[in-house]
Structure formats: structure tokens, C-alpha cells
Design a protein around this ligand. Structure first.
Ligand code: MN
Length: 139
């Protein structure tokens, strides 16, 4: 069981994400107001943070940067969830410090699989490949 902080302003999405995580045996802590997310993360001490990117007030990108700048939270894996991934978004999200992202509407299988990979300490393969990991020799 892992402690997972979920930051998402949409009520239906946050319920879906938390229900899914709980169905997998995890403890999910919802935060709908991004202005409260950093304090909530410090209090909750999560094993994983899942954050929406399109958030009012503090954006998902800003939140990721704040988590990465916080001494007690900088090593916590972050999974970003985004409603659109325009060209360049992908790099922007990763450059901010996210470990992985999934696009909305989410595939339940991919969501759960990415959560488990991040909790096991491995980033999903495509993230490792683009973050300067060892070359595989494939074209
Ligand atoms: Mn949103």
C-alpha cells in the first residue's frame, strides 16, 4: 500500500482517480485546490504525487516545480495527467520534473500500470529513454 496525493480540480476525475487507487489498495489523499497542494504534500508525505496539469491558481507545471524545489519532497515521483498533449507539452512537463504523464481521458490500465511502475522506483520505459539513459543502439 502506498500513500498517493492526488491534485485535480475536476470533481469527477478526482473521484475516479482516488477510487482507482483505492481499488488497488492504496491510500489516496485528494486535493482539489492547487493552492493547498504543497502544504498537503508536506503533511501527507506521499510516496507518489499525481497532478493534473490544467489547474486554476497554481498550474500543474508550477506545482511540479515547487515539489522539486522542496527538500522533503524532491525525490517523490510525480505523475502528471493532462487533457491534451500538444507538441512540446511533453517536454515541458518532463523538464519541470515529472516522472511520467498520462493523457486524459485516461486509460484505466495505463493509469494503474504507470502508478505501479513509479512506485517500484522505475520510470516507464519511454521516460527513461528520453531522459539521458543509456543508449540502446536502436535507430
Ligand atoms: Mn483541470
Amino acid at each position: 500500500m502506498a500513500r498517493i496525493l492526488v491534485v485535480e480540480d475536476n470533481a469527477l476525475n478526482i473521484k475516479l482517480f482516488c477510487d482507482l487507487l483505492r481499488a488497488h489498495g492504496h491510500e489516496a489523499e485528494p486535493v482539489t485546490d492547487s493552492r493547498e497542494a504543497l502544504d498537503a504534500a508536506r503533511r501527507f508525505a506521499p510516496d507518489l504525487v499525481i497532478t493534473d496539469i490544467q489547474l486554476p491558481h497554481v498550474s500543474g507545471i508550477e506545482l511540479i516545480q515547487m515539489l522539486r524545489a522542496d527538500e522533503s519532497l524532491q525525490a517523490v515521483p510525480i505523475m502528471a495527467v493532462t487533457a491534451y498533449a500538444a507538441q512540446g507539452d511533453d517536454e515541458r512537463i518532463r523538464a519541470a520534473g515529472a516522472s511520467a504523464y498520462v493523457s486524459k481521458p485516461i486509460s484505466v490500465a495505463r493509469f494503474a500500470e504507470t502508478v505501479e511502475q513509479l512506485l517500484e522506483g522505475g520510470a516507464p520505459a519511454e521516460v527513461q529513454n528520453e531522459s539521458g539513459g543509456p543508449a540502446t543502439g536502436t535507430a
